[in-house]
Every structure is written in structure tokens, then in C-alpha cells.
Design a binder for this molecule. Structure first.
Ligand code: ADP
Ligand code: MG
Length: 746
């Protein structure tokens, strides 16, 4: 930038250190910070605040008209008091000021003239059944004007109401904004929107837009300004994503076209079931993407049980058919081991390449996990490096440990939401030809969120589920109802007696254990915030159920006499975990008390019942995942959510939503509704200078889509954005340090 950068100037320099200190409490340091501190809403003098809707204890800014004002001395306590009554036309609110002497109150009395409208800020209190604000901060509309005309104009303007702090009321922010905004000229405010983009859409310049939102004369003004600023936010974000995508596509991948009569065809011929319509459709999309030299980066979404594994296997076999290798990464060793078994079963002799009984063109599978024995590991490493293994199954460690492949053509990542930044980077850093990539998740991500958070990924969707799935019935069971619980354990026994399996899920391992600190419980903590407040302090409650205590308790229950009870959690060794899963699957220990380690992907078709203890501790999507462990065959299944949440609390509402549907996408929508926006994009996006201010990923789907097209056009025409320096700067500024975590969150 040529001239001194006015926007980067510290507020202390422009407004003085006292004013700047106050604004600093709101996190506003520079001129740009202040100008980007947009009004939260606008008051209009004609529209009074609904006083009846105010609740005691709330910090409010109220627009109302002064009805009467009176100063009197207080005989009992000494000193003086001013009482004013303001009204919205229906209900009234009292304003109260106290002082040692009546004289001090005259200043307020002279400003609070009956008939004038004002904005009053304070905390709503109650005194003798009347609602009141004590010592409110206030601004009278139109009183600072030079003459009658200006007062009229002033009184008819929308009044910006800023996100404020008790120490910095909204009008002080407004005055500061005008002090920095008024002297600025167009040249001081570089516009991230290229002129032609602005012109095509008739959008104002950045400076104009800032004036429109901060000093509007009419409601249309701030709407026009706000829409332009929202467009800018979406465009900056989408351009960042488009650049990232372009950089990736600049690296050519090796095309892996399908081969007639290869392993994919052989697999299709031996599958014990027909593919569903969407398995076919998605399979075709993926097959075409793999055949191209543009590296595939695709998110495959499908609800639990939708059959993603077969889709992944067919993609992996296509790569093997064309001479390459594929890696399948799972979030846990339990899942990796299970994937290996599943693939072996589906492939049969097709996975016995070079072995007795292997068919022509058969490939081989290898398993690589962090904790396997050194001999097994050496063998697997050799198979990956030589290319003998067409498919290598492992955990994410497989990438960070730099395992060698002869020709890695495709990486499939199961359960993307557990797949971190470093792993994705480790992948991309491999060789000059990046592998194609398929990430699979059963956590339904609404389209707009996928576009925003995973904006550089293409998405495929499995919309239907394999037929003949029996229903899962879900009930919320109050934890303090002994009769229901007794009935529940008796029901567990009935399931076991008819040859079925039952999961019992607890939020922690033992009494010393903090609840498992994984992403999903963190999410649960965020989402239950409101509920905790409603339910009262958590320390009043009994401790959370643990695996150790619950397993001991169940062993004592008369209903379960003679039933072997297994345990499963993250602190067991790999061998212990394998043994526990095997005993459960085989029915030797048909009841498994577990933490959420079984949450993703575990597939035991005979499991028909799940009891989740302290269910209110978990988030909606996590419970949906957990519940996906049952109902995996044509056997009717039951899920009991044992909860201490009060009826009417947010936690209870979430559980009720879960009980009402098994449609993961409907639940994801519900989840969005019940959460605040910030939680959708993660904590990093909900506050601080790099947050989305105006854009709402759920509401602004259309805008996000439009700007995506514009952004791709801009980046195609000018990959380095040399022609749009302000846009490039906005991307750097906006993304700042959180750049990686935002774009790579997962
Ligand atoms: P998820 O999408 O949750 O990973 P899986 O891939 O584990 O689901 O599939 C769940 C179960 O459904 C498995 O037992 C799998 O063999 C079975 N399955 C997959 N596709 C079909 C199909 N088209 N018809 C019937 N069963 C299927
Ligand atoms: Mg799966």
C-alpha cells in the first residue's frame, strides 16, 4: 500500500489513549478493527423496545419515550433520588438514580425531558414489582443537534446498536466510529472487492459500505451496506479456498482408470448383496475422478450403516487394477483391525494373491498398526514397499511414520472428523504426484458447512441405506427411575438369552478418569453449556457412570446372573481390545461395557441393544454414531438413553430429538438449530478478529455458492491475485494465524 496505512493505525493514536483503552476491552486495537465492529442491530425512534419482554437480570439497551421525571430527597436515608418513567406506549419501566445531593441529579433531569425518546442501557432489576434500571447509561435522541431540522433528521435515523460492554456503551462506540470514519477518503480504504465484481452486482465500495452500516440515514442504507460486507466476507473465504484448490490441482496425479475384467468386476460378482442405487451412483463419480490426472479430493458422506466400506473397497480395487496401491486409514486400531477382517471377508480369494488358492490377478492385504509385533510389522512394511500388498490398512500413524509404498495411488480416510491437520499435510507432502484422496464420514455435515469448512473438497453423498434394515427404537430413560432401570437390565437379559449382544456405554473409564477428552465430548461440553446453567451446578450431581463401576454393578444384578460382561476402553492394550471385541462378537461375553471407543464403525450385526448412561453428556452427532452400532442387521434394535437432564432443558431437547428420528441428516439440522453459530465452525471461528462476522453458513447458503463461482473465476484468471492486491491482503489478514486450523480443520 502506498500512502500510510490509515486502517492499520492504532486507535490510541487516533482517538487518544483513554478512549482506546475502553475500546481495547472489546478487542478493538486498530482503525480497521473499529470499523469492522459492525452494529448488531438498529433501533428506530418510531419502534420502541417491547418492555413487557424484558427479563430481570438481563443486560439490555431499550428504546423508549420519557413520560415523567421527578427528583426528590429521601427522608429516611438522606440524599436524593431521581425517578423517571419511560414507556414503549404500552408498558413502562422505571429509571432510578441516587445521589448525595439533589443538585447532582439536575443534570439528568434536564436531559430526560418528557416526550423525548432515548436509548437506555442497564441491567433489568425489580423493585416492589416494577421493573427498573438503576443508574442506566443513556442517550437521548436528537438533543445534540445544532438546530430543529437537524434534530428532526437525527430523530428519524436508524440508531446503530453495537455489541458493547458495560464499560463502553453503544453510543460511545458509535461516536468513536464516526470520529475515525469521517476523515477517511476512498484512497485510504483499499477495497478487497475487485471493481468489476462490484460493478456487476451494483455493490458499494468498502468505504461507502462502512458509512452505510455505521451512519445510515434510512433502513435501506444499512441493509445495502451489510449485504455488501457479507458478500465480501464470503468472497474472501471462498477465494482463499479456491486458491488452495488451484494449488493442489496444479500437481498432476497419476490417472487410475478402471479395467474391464479386473478386481472391481470380480468383487461385484461375488458380493452377497446388490449395491444400493447410491452406492452405484457414487461409485461411478469416484471411478471417473480416479481416472483423471486431477488429484481427487472427495468427501464421502453417508449415514451410519449406509455402506461406505464397499464403496471405498471398489475405489481401492480400481487403483489396484491399474497397477497402483491404496491405503485405508482408520481412526483407531480397533477399527483398522476390523476393516482388515471386513475386506478379507468381502474379497475372499481375491485377496490371496501369490498364495495357495489365490485367483488370477488377486491382490494382497497388509495391516500396519503402531503396536503390532516387530516381526508382523516388518513383513507388512515389506509388502507395502515392494507393492505386493495392493491395499494397506492402518491407523493414521501409518502416514506420520513415513511408511514406503511402491506406488501409492489412493488414500481412503475413514471418519474424517477424527483426521487431523498434520496427517493431511503429511499426505500431500508425498512425492511429486499426490495420491487421490477419499475421506469418509458418517457425521452428516450440512452442505453449506461442508462448502465453507471443507470448501476445497468435492462431496459425494450416499442417500439411501441397504434395504431390510430393521428399525431402531430409542427411548429417553430418567436416571432416577429405578423401576425403568430394573426393567432395562431385565431387557438386556432377554436380548442375551435370544443370542444377541448389548452395548452399555459410559462417559468415563473409572472413578479417577476424567471423561474421555476426545473431540466429541468437547463438543458435548459446548452444546450442553446452556443446559448446565438450567440444570444447576454440576457438582451437586452424583459422579458420572464409569466403565469399571458399571461393569461391577452389572455383575451383581440378579437379572444378569451368569452373563459374562466384557469391558472396553482406550487404556486397554491392543491385544486386550482385540480379545474383548472378539469375545463380544462371538457371544462369549455378550454384554460389553465401553467408553465411546466403539463410537465409530464397529460392526457387530448381532448387537441389538444399547444402553447409554449419562447420555446428556454426549452431543447429538456422537449419540447418533453410537446408536449406529446397533440395528446393523434385520433384527429389531433398541437404544436407551439414560439421562439426568431436566425436562425442558436443552440437553433433554437434544435427547428427545434423537429419540424421534434415526435420520442422521435431520439430526444434523436439528443439531445446528440447537447450537449457536460459532459452534458450527468450531471455537476458533466464534470469536476473535478472524471470525465470520456477518456470514452465517446455514442462512447464507446461496451467497456462499455464488461467491464460490466468482472466486474460482478470479483465481482461474489470476492465480496469484496480482491484479487484486487488496483481496490478497484481506485473505492474509483474515486468515492470519488461524489459517491452517480453519482450512484444515477436521
Ligand atoms: P458405514 O457406512 O456405516 O461404514 P458399512 O460399510 O460398515 O457402513 O456397512 C454396514 C453394513 O451393511 C455392513 O455389514 C455391510 O456389509 C452391509 N452392506 C453394505 N452395502 C450393502 C448393500 N448394498 N446391501 C446390503 N448390505 C450392505
Ligand atoms: Mg464405516
Amino acid at each position: 500500500m502506498s500512502a500510510p496505512d490509515r486502517l492499520a493505525e492504532p486507535l490510541a493514536k487516533v482517538l487518544g489513549s483513554r478512549t482506546a483503552a475502553g475500546l481495547g476491552k472489546l478487542g478493538l486495537e486498530t482503525v480497521e478493527d473499529l470499523l469492522r465492529h459492525y452494529p448488531r442491530r438498529y433501533g428506530s425512534p418510531g419502534e420502541m423496545t417491547d418492555i413487557a419482554a424484558l427479563r430481570a437480570g438481563e443486560h439490555v439497551t431499550v428504546m423508549a419515550q420519557v413520560r415523567q421525571v421527578q427528583v426528590r430527597s429521601m427522608r429516611s436515608r438522606g440524599g436524593a433520588m431521581l425517578e423517571a418513567v419511560v414507556s414503549d406506549g404500552r408498558d413502562s419501566l422505571q429509571l432510578t438514580f441516587f445521589a448525595k445531593r439533589a443538585g447532582v441529579l439536575r443534570m439528568h433531569e434536564s436531559k430526560l425531558r418528557p416526550g423525548l425518546t432515548g436509548l437506555f442501557t442497564g441491567t433489568v432489576g425489580e423493585y416492589r414489582g416494577r421493573r427498573q434500571l438503576t443508574h442506566p447509561d443513556y442517550l437521548m435522541v436528537g438533543v445534540d443537534a445544532a438546530d430543529e431540522d437537524e434534530a428532526m433528521l437525527e430523530a428519524s435515523r436508524p440508531i446503530p446498536i453495537y455489541p458493547a460492554a458495560a464499560s463502553v456503551p453503544t453510543w460511545r462506540i458509535g461516536r468513536s466510529v464516526r470520529a475515525v470514519l469521517d476523515p477517511l477518503a476512498d484512497g485510504d480504504v483499499p477495497d478487497p472487492l475487485p471493481a468489476h465484481v462490484r460493478d456487476e452486482r451494483g455493490l458499494p465500495t468498502l468505504l461507502e459500505a462502512l458509512r452505510l452500516v455505521h451512519v445510515p440515514e434510512r433502513d435501506e442504507d444499512w441493509r445495502r451496506g451489510r449485504d455488501r460486507l457479507r458478500f465480501e466476507e464470503a468472497l474472501v473465504l471462498q477465494t482463499a479456498l479456491a486458491r488452495r484448490r488451484a494449488a493442489r490441482e496444479a500437481l498432476a496425479a497419476v490417472p487410475r482408470p478402471p479395467r474391464d475384467g479386473g478386481l472391481v468386476d470380480a468383487l461385484d460378482a461375488r458380493l452377497p448383496f446388490p449395491l444400493t442405487g447410491s452406492q452405484r451412483a457414487v461409485g461411478k463419480e469416484i471411478a471417473e475422478a480416479l481416472a483423471s490426472s486431477t488429484p481427487m479430493m472427495r468427501l464421502l458422506q453417508g449415514d451410519v450403516g449406509a455402506g461406505k466400506t464397499v464403496v471405498a473397497l471398489r475405489a481401492m480395487l480400481q487403483v489396484v487394477d491399474s497397477g497402483g496401491q491404496a491405503a485405508l486409514l482408520a481412526p483407531t486400531e480397533v477399527l483398522a483391525a476390523q476393516h482388515l477382517r471386513t475386506l478379507e471377508q468381502l474379497l475372499g480369494s481375491l485377496s490371496h494373491g501369490g498364495m495357495l488358492g489365490g485367483v488370477d490377478g488377486a491382490t494382497r492385504l497388509a495391516l500396519l498398526t503402531g503396536s503390532q509385533g516387530s516381526k508382523a510389522r516388518r513383513v507388512a512394511l515389506g509388502e507395502a514397499a515392494s507393492g505386493a500388498a495392493g491395499i494397506v490398512v492402518g491407523t493414521h500413524a501409518l502416514l506420520s511414520e513415513g511408511v514406503q509404498f511402491a506406488d501409492l495411488g489412493l488414500v481412503v480416510v475413514d471418519e474424517q472428523h477424527r483426521f487431523g491437520v498434520e496427517q493431511r499435510d503429511a499426505l500431500r507432502g508425498r512425492g511429486e504426484h499426490p495420491p487421490h484422496m477419499l475421506v469418509m464420514t458418517a457425521t452428516p455435515i450440512p452442505r453449506t458447512v461442508a462448502m465453507t469448512v471443507f470448501g476445497d473438497l468435492e462431496t459425494s453423498l450416499l442417500t439411501d441405506k441397504p434395504a431390510h434394515r430393521a428399525a431402531i427404537t430409542t427411548h429417553v430413560v430418567p436416571a432416577d427411575n429405578d423401576a425403568w432401570l430394573t426393567r432395562a437390565w431385565a431387557r438386556v437379559r432377554e436380548e442375551v438369552d435370544s443370542g444377541r449382544r448389548v452395548y452399555v456405554v459410559c462417559p468415563r473409564i473409572d472413578a479417577e478418569d476424567e471423561p474421555e477428552a476426545d473431540d466429541a465430548t468437547a463438543e458435548a461440553t459446548v452444546t450442553t453449556e446452556g443446559a448446565l446453567a438450567l440444570d444447576g451446578p454440576p457438582e451437586q450431581k452424583a459422579p458420572l457412570a464409569s466403565v469399571a463401576q458399571t461393569a461391577a454393578m452389572l455383575a451383581e444384578r440378579p437379572e444378569l446372573a451368569g452373563v459374562r460382561i466384557g469391558v472396553m476402553h482406550g487404556r486397554l492394550s491392543t491385544d486386550q481390545k482385540d480379545a474383548a471385541m472378539a469375545a463380544f462378537a462371538a457371544g462369549d461375553a455378550p454384554v460389553l461395557v465401553s467408553t465411546t471407543v466403539i463410537e465409530v464403525g464397529v460392526d457387530v450385526p448381532d448387537a441389538t441393544m444399547m444402553v447409554v448412561l449419562d447420555a446428556e453428556r454426549f452431543g447429538i452427532s456422537q449419540l447418533h454414531q453410537l446408536r449406529g452400532r446397533v440395528g446393523r442387521s434385520d433384527l429389531e434394535s433398541l437404544c436407551l438413553l439414560v439421562s439426568r437432564a431436566e425436562p425442558g432443558s436443552l440437553s433433554h431437547e437434544r435427547l428427545a430429538a434423537l429419540a424421534s428420528t434415526t435420520d442422521g441428516f435431520a439430526l444434523a439440522e436439528k443439531d445446528l438449530e440447537l447450537r449457536r453459530e460459532g459452534d458450527v465452525l468450531g471455537a476458533a471461528q466464534s470469536g476473535g478478529r478472524n471470525s465470520l462476522r456477518l456470514l452465517r453458513v446455514v442462512r447464507d447458503a446461496e451467497l456462499i455458492e455464488q461467491t464460490r463461482t466468482v472466486a474460482r473465476g478470479l483465481v482461474d484468471a489470476d492465480p496469484d491475485l496480482t491484479g487484486s492486491p487488496a483481496l490478497a491482503a484481506a485473505i492474509d489478514h483474515w486468515l492470519g494465524d488461524e489459517r491452517e486450523s480453519f482450512l484444515e480443520r477436521g
